[in-house]
Design a protein around this ligand. Structure first.
Ligand SMILES: NC(=O)c1ccc[n+]([C@@H]2O[C@H](COP(=O)([O-])OP(=O)(O)OC[C@H]3O[C@@H](n4cnc5c(N)ncnc54)[C@H](O)[C@@H]3O)[C@@H](O)[C@H]2O)c1
Ligand SMILES: [Zn+2]
Length: 361
């Protein structure tokens, strides 16, 4: 088992990564000194596969769990689902010391985390991420929240879990497209922080695509270490944490302007990262060789690297970019790479250059 600590003083917590951890859920929670009553929040897909072992493990350790199942999909990140969860928590008399287990991908983690942050002004929660994206990204760092009609993640809270358990066995049932989408975040960590990880990915990608446990453990642990270090230094995104948004300015705009669901998040940010690498070449002198290696790695991972637009779609995409939460005073700020393993944030990019890169893309 690999263990990574997120260093946040009294709110520090462990991320444990190994096969078979779901069966240890009860024992692991018993070590956290929580109340007996708890709720597992999961979705219809994940619940079918993993609610039973999670439930049984908690019961065996002396807990009294209740199960809350929301429909699978991004639509469950809504205030309506939050309300439904609150009602079930109250009906089952969960109290201050009770806790929530978020069992699922990023949707369940963001929703359950927000419910935990706000029910009774905050009760403890444990993340059990079951997608690659959730294991390397969304379950770590404490961003929780739901969507409004006006946009994604517009209501939320910074609220850290007490523990994150990444069970590699849960990834076995993840659809191929979802798995590859998660790899886009994995590659991102190499680009923004760790040239050695990037080289390791270039070498071990076939093993990762076969989901070999040894390679997966090493890579997931390294991604969590990087996210833990960044979040440890900048919990609420005052500065450094922005580097995690590499490829996301264009990525979010692609998700937005093409209608949510057409591209998975990882697919959109793969295109966004390749575009950001091209901008980095023009603005920060990223070498053409390194920009090519970035593009190649995404291609090898089976992810899209370009998008075809007509002029109307391009206008829509640029408009979506200006609406991004991270735009301040109308300036679109980018995270750009000086070289693989080192990025800088807060870079102004002239709109003409963005258009040029997207047209060439
Ligand atoms: N909080 C953060 O810091 C953060 C970071 C990145 C993304 N996010 C959020 O995460 C969400 C996306 O997360 P996601 O990609 O995990 O999507 P998801 O939670 O929707 O999961 C993807 C699909 O896979 C299914 N699934 C999950 N685990 C499975 C398994 N083990 N086997 C089979 N099917 C499984 C789900 O039911 C769903 O249909 C977005 O809402 C995004 O905004 C949050
Ligand atoms: Zn992302």
């Amino acid at each position: 088992m690999s263990t990574v600590t997120v260093p946040l003083g009294q709110r520090s917590y462990a991320i444990k990564i190994a096969a078979g951890l779901l069966r240890q859920l009860g024992v692991e929670c018993a070590g956290l000194k929580l109340g007996a009553r708890c709720a597992i929040i999961t979705d219809t897909n994940v619940g079918k596969k993993f609610a039973k072992p999670a439930f049984e493990s908690l019961v065996k350790a002396g807990f009294e769990p209740t199960l809350i199942v929301v429909p699978a999909g991004e639509n469950s990140k809504s205030l309506k689902s939050v309300q439904a969860c609150y009602d079930q928590l109250a009906a089952n008399r969960l109290e201050r010391k009770s806790f929530i287990v978020a069992l699922g991908g990023g949707v369940v983690g963001d929703l359950a985390g927000f419910v935990a942050a706000t029910y009774l002004r905050g009760i403890p929660f444990v993340q059990v991420p079951t997608t690659l994206l959730a294991q390397v990204d969304s379950s770590v760092g404490g961003k929780t929240g739901v969507n409004l009609k006006a946009g994604k993640n517009l209501v939320g809270a910074f609220y850290q879990p007490k523990l994150v358990l990444c069970d590699l066995d849960t990834l076995k049932t993840l659809p191929e497209r979802e798995f590859r989408s998660g790899l886009a975040e994995v590659v991102k960590y190499g680009i923004i922080f760790d040239a050695k990880l990037f080289v390791q990915l270039e070498r071990d990608l076939p093993k990762l695509l076969r989901r070999e446990p040894k390679s997966l453990t090493a890579v997931i642990a390294r991604c969590c270490e990087i996210k833990a270090e960044v979040v440890g230094q900048d919990e609420t995104e005052g500065g450094l944490r922005a580097i995690l948004n590499f490829g996301h300015t264009i990525g979010h705009a692609i998700e937005n302007s093409s209608g949510y669901g057409k591209y998975l998040h990882g697919e959109a940010i793969a295109i966004g990262q390749v575009a950001a690498a091209k901008l980095s070449q023009k603005i920060l002198g990223l070498s053409p060789g390194e920009a090519d290696r970035i593009e190649n790695l995404f291609v090898q991972a089976g992810l899209p690297v370009k998008i075809k637009f007509n002029p109307a779609q391009r206008r829509k995409l640029l408009a979506a970019m200006k609406l991004d939460k991270k735009v301040s005073a109308g300036e679109i700020k980018f995270v750009l790479a000086e070289k693989i393993g080192r990025v800088v944030w807060g870079q102004n990019v002239p709109q003409g250059l963005i258009e040029e890169v997207l047209i060439c893309g």
